[in-house]
Design a protein around this ligand. Structure first.
Ligand SMILES: C[S@@+](CC[C@H](N)C(=O)[O-])C[C@H]1O[C@@H](n2cnc3c(N)ncnc32)[C@H](O)[C@@H]1O
Length: 338
């Protein structure tokens, strides 16, 4: 895996339309009770990116205790030290309006500008390598812009997948414009607007899901042969239920989605996509053991297949990918031996 080059060029309010968008995203999330809105600049260089977010939000909201967490990280220790100091040159401030400069900075020695401590003190910085670093707490908004431009495609895909893992459901990821073209096809991320290079984490990872009607509940061990099932009614009808479930998911009707998925499994117990999705839905309802059982079924099914073949019902996904995602879900539930 190649290392990325460390190039620290950055300035305040870079790619301003993304910041405007972020302000709206954050405003909507502030309505959640008792939960801070978490904003992370991954590959933060000297901190101009995360400080820009703080400045904009400070203009509109109180930054009072517990409302936000602001974090910046970089794998360049020098950059982190500089970011903590909160000192900038006029060049870094070129995206900053006169109003912001006067309100939040003071001119220090050697032509440097020092950020007001009330703003600088909002941000925690830490050393972190996006390729190999430790797990990071879930975030509502992640900026990872102009960080992956020198990475090879495999490294870039790894970083995007890690960012995806660290994003809250419905959370938003901002990439650099150049990176979006190469990195923007992750199945769990939905492009919000190509002109923004902004992605939302899907609540469910499938785009092709099905929905239910009024069949009897499906047993949760759908791999066990059941002679009274109309086995050969089969795959195509099961896929129709899968599509139906997808529509229910899109319209935020998880219970109906769950029923459709169970119907699809009634018709075809080997439909791994349905198991995978049901696992997500069960977990959403806090039914951890049921989620586990569905995901174990996925693992059993996936291991019987050729890794590079496409998963029925999920055209953009190979068995290998599905296996990896499912193993990851089970590990998150504390299973070590998957
Ligand atoms: C060009 S700067 C971008 C700064 C800021 N994100 C922006 O867009 O204005 C790229 C930063 O990414 C950091 N970086 C590159 N690869 C990284 C990695 N694998 N993990 C963490 N940081 C990385 C570099 O050290 C550098 O500070």
């Amino acid at each position: 895996m190649s290392r990325s080059r460390s190039v620290g060029e950055t300035h305040f309010f870079r790619q301003p339309s993304q910041f405007d968008h972020m302000v709206k995203v954050v405003g909507a999330r502030l309505n959640r009770p008792n939960s801070p809105v978490r904003i992370w600049s991954a590959g933060c260089a000297n901190g101009a990116e995360i400080y820009s977010a703080v400045l904009l939000l400070a203009q509109r909201h109180s930054l009072g205790r517990g409302r936000f967490t602001f974090t910046g990280s970089d794998f360049n220790a020098h950059a982190i030290e500089g970011a903590r100091l909160g000192r900038f040159t006029s060049w870094h401030l070129r995206g900053c309006s006169e109003r912001f400069r006067e309100q939040y900075f003071r001119q220090a020695d050697e032509g440097a500008w020092e950020l007001n401590q009330d703003i600088a003190g909002q941000v925690s910085f830490f050393y972190h390598d996006l390729l190999d670093g430790a797990e990071v707490e879930t975030q509502d908004v992640i900026f990872c812009r102009n960080v992956m431009i020198y990475m090879d495609p495999a490294s870039m895909a790894r970083v995007v997948d890690r960012l995806y893992q660290w994003l809250a459901p419905d959370g938003v990821l901002y990439l650099g414009y150049a990176e979006a073209v190469l990195a923007g096809d992750h199945p769990g991320l939905q492009l919000i607007d190509s002109s923004l290079a902004a992605y939302r984490r899907k609540t469910f990872e499938l785009t092709t899901l099905p929905i239910p009607v009024l069949l009897p509940p499906i047993p949760l061990e759908p791999l066990r042969p059941n002679p009274i099932r109309p086995r050969m009614a089969g795959r195509s009808e099961a896929l129709a239920f899968l599509e139906e479930a997808a529509r229910f998911v899109d319209s935020n009707q998880p219970r109906q989605a769950s029923r459709s998925l169970k119907k699809s499994l009634y018709l075809d117990p080997s439909l791994a996509v349905s198991h995978y999705q049901l696992g997500l839905l069960e977990l959403g309802e806090q039914r951890v053991e049921q989620a586990r059982r569905h995901w174990r079924n996925v693992i059993t099914l996936a291991r019987r297949q050729s890794p590079t073949d496409t998963v029925p019902g999920w055209d953009s996904c190979t068995w290998e990918q599905l296996l990896q995602w499912t193993e990851r879900q089970l590990k998150r539930l504390g299973e070590s031996d998957v």
